[in-house]
Write a protein that binds this ligand. Structure first.
Ligand code: C2O
Ligand code: CU
Ligand code: CU
Length: 479
């Protein structure tokens, strides 16, 4: 079976409101797609790895003419790709070379909150270095690192503070999937920006409380990129790294592809499709087979009808490997029928966005949940069906399963673990949520201006039978 649609409710596509900024065909020469370098560990043993991640300011040649002032992690924009093998003890030095405080949030990692998780309670001040360490026990996944200071997450991400974090394990390494980073295993960070005079960004000039957008697509920070295909198959690790924009992706000739992974794990089996929509912060890994093409041809990736990335086909050796029919066994945890269903409501648009009828407060714990207990969370988007937005709901420190959408089966490509799920207006999405580590974790809309605007709350998880620890929660004035 090959799926031909985007699954989401079409009237909710984020194209209808007056503030929407359509993508435009880039008026810039073609450029090779930037492939972020892999971050070299400072040191590595059989059991441990040490990294230094530096948030820094720089200048990036993006458009012809003046360079653009940008921020990045160990790079002038976005960052180097970080690889974390499951099971190793990981030590990270977090350095802030920026002129303002930032935080280092590991979106998709199961690490303890609120400090290691790097949400808004874990500031690193300018000139400061902080040290964290953790060991991952989660499936291999494409996750990411981004800034998360409250309430300027959106502006810092707009400047470039976002990079890929690849979690690897023996299982995924043993599967016949493209594994050569930068050759046939390619990260794709999808973003959009508007460039002002002298090719500079101006977040405040472009501000929109429903999410800042620009007409120019950037893939890994490259405008009008071309990738040279030298293998028959490519694995693309796609991240919607935009502040607000949804991406509706399809290739020229409606070339079909297989989605093999979602946010937080492989899918149980490959899902064959020719259209894919991602909402903010969601990830998809797809495998594209160029068997039907030959040297000199070009395959184009579009979002809606705007070309955003070209694949230039070179000679490649025939590759007869087939994708396994089975990729990952997912054991759905049991939910005790006596456990109440947690109801969460995302409401409003513009400045009126709220979570459970409230704006976020850094010092308020909105909910509690014992670690190890599986619960159903019913996430409702109360926006009007025809004029509302899809709100991407994200939870820190966990990976959840999507159980149903308005009582119906989740979309075919939502059967793996996820940490972000797009909720259509008027829809209730049921999740199965379990935390493994005690701590304080944020949950919020991942349209980043909605998050900064208060569509966010926090939950404290605890070990039953033990005293509830007190965490030091920051406040806007103590930052
Ligand atoms: Cu991508 Cu609160 O995070
Ligand atoms: Cu997160
Ligand atoms: Cu939202």
């Amino acid at each position: 079976e090959i799926y031909h649609d985007y699954f989401f409710d079409e009237p909710a596509f984020n194209t209808h409101d007056g503030g929407y900024v359509p993508l435009e065909i880039a008026d810039a020469p073609e450029k090779p797609l930037a492939i972020p370098a892999r971050l070299k560990p400072d040191k590595e043993t059989d059991t441990d790895i040490w990294y230094t991640v530096t948030a820094q300011a720089g200048e990036t040649p993006i458009l012809p003419g003046k360079k653009t002032k940008t921020w990045g992690y160990n790079a002038s924009i976005l960052g180097q790709t970080i690889v974390y093998p499951v099971g190793k003890h990981i030590h990270v030095a977090l350095e802030n070379h920026l002129p303002e405080l930032t935080t280092f949030h590991w979106h998709g990692l199961i690490v303890s909150g609120p400090y290691v998780d790097g949400g808004c309670h874990a500031p690193v001040y300018p000139g400061e270095t902080k040290h964290i360490d953790f060991t991952l026990d989660q499936p291999a996944a494409t996750t990411w690192l981004h800034a998360h200071p409250c309430p300027s997450t959106a502006e810092q991400v707009w400047h470039g503070l976002a990079t890929m974090v690849l979690v690897t394990d023996d299982h995924i390494n043993s599967l016949p999937l493209p594994h050569h980073y930068g050759v046939d295993d390619i990260p794709l960070v999808l973003q959009d920006r508007r460039f002002h005079e002298d090719n500079q960004l101006d977040y405040h000039a472009d501000y929109d409380p429903d999410g800042v957008q620009g007409p120019t697509a950037l893939i890994n920070g490259t405008v009008n990129p071309v990738f040279d295909v030298t293998t028959q198959k490519l694995r693309l690790r796609i991240l919607d790294g935009a502040n607000r924009r949804e991406w509706r992706l399809h290739f020229s000739d409606d070339l079909k592809f297989a989605q093999i992974a979602g946010d937080s794990s492989l899918l149980p089996e490959p899902v064959y499709m020719d259209h894919l929509m991602l909402t903010c912060a969601e990830r998809a890994e797809i495998v594209v087979d160029f068997a039907g093409y030959h040297e000199g041809q070009t395959v184009t990736l579009f979002s809606d009808d705007v070309p955003i990335l070209k694949f230039r086909i070179h000679q490649f050796a025939a590759d007869n490997t087939t994708l396994p029919d089975h990729l990952l066994t997912i054991n759905k945890p049991e939910v005790d029928p006596k456990t109440p269903v947690r109801k969460i409501e995302m409401s409003g648009m513009d400045e009126a966005v709220m979570l459970d009828g409230k704006k976020f407060s850094m010092q308020r714990i909105d909910a509690t949940q014992p670690v190890g207990q599986s619960q159903y969370w019913d996430i409702t988007n109360t926006n009007e069906k025809d004029s509302g937005m899809v709100h991407p709901f994200h939870v820190h420190g966990t990976e959840f399963l999507v159980i149903s959408r308005n009582g119906h089966a989740p979309y075919p490509n939502e059967h793996g673990f996820k940490d972000t799920v797009g909720v259509n207006p008027g829809e209730t999405v049921r999740l199965l949520v379990r935390f493994d580590l005690p701590g304080v974790y944020m949950y919020h809309c991942h349209i980043i201006e909605h998050e900064d605007g208060g569509m966010m709350a926090q939950i404290q998880t605890y070990e039953p039978g033990k005293p509830m620890p007190k965490y030091k929660l920051m406040d806007m004035d103590t930052l």
